[in-house]
Design a protein around this ligand. Structure first.
Ligand SMILES: Cc1ncc(COP(=O)(O)O)c(C=O)c1O
Length: 335
């Protein structure tokens, strides 16, 4: 076997160019594509004090013929606008943001890795008004950046079954903020996630406040079993993943009984005696869970390996993204 080339960790390598626009005096500036580099920010910038920031993450894929296709950009832009509204930040203009993303991809075309890699696109919006007395005053100025990063595996080891710690005490975020993709939610999940890694060698924490399953720090959560898919019904407590929606659609297409509903830790532990569990997200795609850890006890999920339904659904989604299967739902745009 030939040795695999050493690949940079997910997100650690930035592409050569970024997109930039700013909001001032009630309107967005012209867009600009410029070399990726440092930005200047007042130390009094709203974001540094009051965390007025949101972001997105999605991927563009290189095909065998060299064409580059971006996956469900419209959904991600809509979600970013919704996050901006929730944080009382100026909403990005959807046409301008889509053009910025296209401009970055065009400029960084050479940096889009071959499959199974992808170019990860990361728009970020943050409040820049300089005022350290603005806890109850929104930022009227903002910056919008679009970064790009060539990526490979999110979870080092690829299809290794994950170890997930069930936390039925803490919430990942305030109940109305789970649906918002904002930095503060990730900052809040950091402590529990690091503690779970140190104590249980867990890859992620699955937040289940009050015993109801929500999501992990950076992915949605699905249960699978012959012809059945169960995942939490949409509400404000968790992020409405585009991957979750895509996988549900693919499962429905092939006749799965898809159930979007509240389910409990007890039901999940029973389910995984024979069924499968997986995390879904742009970065994770669909990553199989091998072990759930609850109150100090380890529960094997199915055989303890990544399950066959997880592998199949993941492969089906990846095949569409990479152009190896037809794009029946119009999810891809050629750049
Ligand atoms: C907290 C959280 N939940 C779910 C997801 C999955 O969302 P998506 O499938 O749109 O990437 C992500 C990743 O963006 C996330 O950070």
């Amino acid at each position: 076997m030939t040795a695999q080339p050493q690949r940079p960790a997910f997100g650690s390598l930035l592409a050569s160019h970024m997109g930039v626009a700013s909001y001032r005096d009630g309107r967005w500036s012209e867009s600009e594509i410029r070399p990726t580099g440092t930005i200047e920010l007042s130390p009094a910038a709203h974001v540094l004090h009051y965390a007025s920031t949101c972001f997105e993450g999605f991927k563009a894929f290189r095909r065998g013929d060299g064409g580059v296709h971006v996956f469900r950009m419209d959904r991600h832009i809509a979600r970013m606008r919704q996050s901006a509204r929730a944080l009382v930040l100026p909403e990005p203009d959807p046409v301008q943001l889509a053009d910025l993303v296209r401009g970055v991809i065009e400029r960084c075309r050479e940096a889009v890795p071959e499959a199974p890699g992808a170019l990860y696109l990361r728009p970020i919006l943050f409040g820049t008004t300089a005022n350290i007395g603005a806890a109850a005053t929104p930022s009227v100025e903002a910056s919008l950046l679009v970064l790009a990063s060539p990526v490979w595996d999110y979870f080092a080891g690829g299809m290794k079954p994950l170890r997930i710690l069930i936390d039925d005490k803490h919430t990942r975020s305030a109940a109305q903020m789970g649906v918002v993709k904002t930095g503060g939610n990730y900052a809040a999940a950091m402590g529990p996630t690091l503690a779970a890694r140190a104590q249980f060698q867990a890859d992620q924490v699955l937040f289940c406040p009050g015993g109801e399953v929500q999501e992990t720090g950076a992915a949605n959560f699905l249960l699978l079993r012959e012809g059945q898919l169960v995942t939490r019904s949409l509400d404000s407590t968790f992020l409405h993943g585009v991957t979750r929606d895509s996988l549900i659609t693919l499962a429905r297409d092939q006749g799965f009984d898809v159930s979007e509903r509240i389910f409990t830790v007890a039901e999940m532990l029973d389910w995984v005696k024979t069924g499968e569990a997986a995390l879904s997200g742009t970065a994770a795609v669909l990553a199989g869970v091998g072990t759930l850890i609850h109150r100090g006890t380890e529960y094997r999920v199915g055989s303890g390996d990544v399950g066959p339904l997880t592998r199949t659904l993941r492969a089906q989604l990846v095949a569409i993204q990479q152009g190896d299967a037809p794009d029946r739902h119009g999810w891809l745009e050629k750049i």
